[in-house]
Design a protein around this ligand. Structure first.
Ligand code: SF4
Length: 460
């Protein structure tokens, strides 16, 4: 039995990444103007690039959605219609929006026939978590709802049943916030770079130290506690942990009822009070979403679009995720069982540890990476891109170090394979044994098809 398959939607941080997404199996991409989307930095999409992207997408039979999803203050509302009018005139396949006021203003122009009727997709920033909210947004002319990331598979299924005639989109891969998406003030607080204006500094992933605190009985403020010279906070915590044997079940650890002060590595002396309620604390480092093993269920539920996060990520990330999720969707649509090897392929990407997020319920600690704030690769490392091929040799632009003897995975839209690097030359034709990092051009023997391939060094 074959099932209707959802669209595979990838991020396009640039035209080059858009092409990679399409080459490796995406049906659609999303990109947006820096001033009105949540990517103010590292974003090349000015009007000219958006026009080029839409034209190229349509020529390939693909879709191109424009993100316009920040929550604007008055100043940006004033300029919004003027700035977005030329984008709507280009007839993208959808406008991803979050703010009710902007949606109303845009719909008014479309309903009066002044603007082309471009479908409006409600951004995840609007935090739609129930079917009543979905129905509301339908009544104001929204064609697709990008559901909140904080929903379980069962909740998504219920929304599908209650709302059969609206398009539903679900995130399946990428970074997660520690707050409801778009409801976080950390970055604005630390750097005056507001996440909701597209300039998040990922402050939730920085390196924090916890210090014990006392509460001022007069003001209720948290105060640093004087510590004697040999006080060791980790040891104090360990002692308390071992003294409290009943922790677990419904019991609450006594340490959770204390007040603490956080100190960020780069801001010594700036102590910030932190407390925990029954839901946990609110400043942590989330693992990354990976829901490839849930694609089959999402296809059966009848979701219309599966989305991957990451407009600032590399071309390698875009290619790899597009290829893996394409295969998962095609397998599910054709009734083939899920291939667990796809999980391992995603280990080849830098990640902060993976979690299926809220799609399945798990112990709270499974959502957070408390060991490290940086991303790691556990299976392979991206080392280069093939820029040209001739007579069985590939000219490689290097991204990371690799050497003769390494085993490389050749990642190509036509299929992947592994090869061993038997020899290597520089562009002058001289034998070398190591490509020492980025950016360099080296040549290695490689059979076709290899044009445009990405190369990953497998860890042994
Ligand atoms: S600081 Fe972290 S939780 Fe806050 S918006 Fe940025 S990524 Fe999300």
């Amino acid at each position: 039995m074959t099932l209707k398959t959802p669209e595979l939607l990838l991020p396009a941080g640039s035209l080059d990444k858009m092409r990679a997404a399409y080459d490796f199996g995406a049906d659609a991409v999303y990109a947006g103007q820096p001033r009105y989307s949540l990517r103010a930095r590292n974003n090349e999409f000015r009007l000219e690039q958006i026009q080029a992207g839409i034209e190229e997408a349509h020529a390939r039979g693909k879709k191109f959605f424009v993100t316009s999803n920040l929550l604007p203050h008055n100043d940006k509302v004033r300029t919004y219609l003027r700035d977005v009018e030329p984008v709507v005139a280009m007839k993208p396949d959808g406008m991803i929006m979050a703010d009710p006021g902007l949606i109303m203003m845009v719909r008014e122009r479309m309903d009066k026939g002044n603007w082309p009727d471009v479908p409006i997709h409600l951004s995840v920033q609007a935090n739609t978590v129930n079917y009543a909210a979905v129905k509301f947004w339908q009544t104001v002319g929204v064609a697709r709802i990008i559901l909140s990331r904080e929903l379980s598979l069962d909740e998504i299924e219920k929304i599908r049943q209650e709302c059969p005639d609206v398009e539903l989109e679900v995130f399946v891969h990428g970074a997660l916030c520690m707050a409801y998406s778009g409801r976080c003030l950390l970055s604005g607080y630390f750097n005056r770079r507001d996440s909701n204006q597209g300039t998040c500094t990922n402050a939730c992933r920085w390196n924090y130290t916890t210090r014990p605190a006392a509460v001022d009985p007069n003001t209720g403020e948290a105060m640093a506690m004087p510590m004697d010279g040999d006080f060791n906070f980790t040891k104090a915590q360990d002692d308390d942990n071992s003294a409290f044997a009943a922790c677990g079940g419904s019991a609450r650890h006594p340490l959770a009822d204390q007040v603490y002060l956080l100190e960020e590595k780069e801001r010594p002396g700036q102590l910030m009070p932190i407390m925990e309620d029954e839901h946990g604390t609110y400043i942590m480092n989330s693992k990354d979403l990976r829901a490839v093993e849930h694609v089959e269920r999402l296809v059966k539920i009848g979701v219309d679009s599966l989305k991957i996060e990451g407009r600032t990520k590399s071309r390698y990330y875009v290619s790899r995720t597009a290829q893996v999720y394409r295969r998962a969707i095609d397998d599910a649509g054709a009734g083939r069982p899920f291939n667990p090897a796809l999980i391992m392929e995603l280990e080849g990407l830098a990640n902060r540890g993976y979690t299926p997020g809220f799609l399945e319920r798990r112990p709270a600690q499974d959502y957070q990476n408390i060991d490290s704030g940086s991303s790691e690769m556990r299976r392979s490392q991206f080392v280069g891109e093939v820029k040209a091929t001739k007579d069985g040799w590939a000219e490689v632009e290097t991204k990371n170090r690799f050497q003769v003897g390494d085993t490389l995975e050749v990642i190509h839209p036509g299929g992947n394979r592994t090869v061993q690097v038997t020899n290597m030359k520089n562009l002058d034709g001289e034998e070398i044994s190591v490509a020492a990092g980025s950016p360099l051009r080296v040549c290695i023997p490689l059979d076709a098809p290899a044009d445009g391939a990405l190369l990953a060094r497998l860890f042994v």
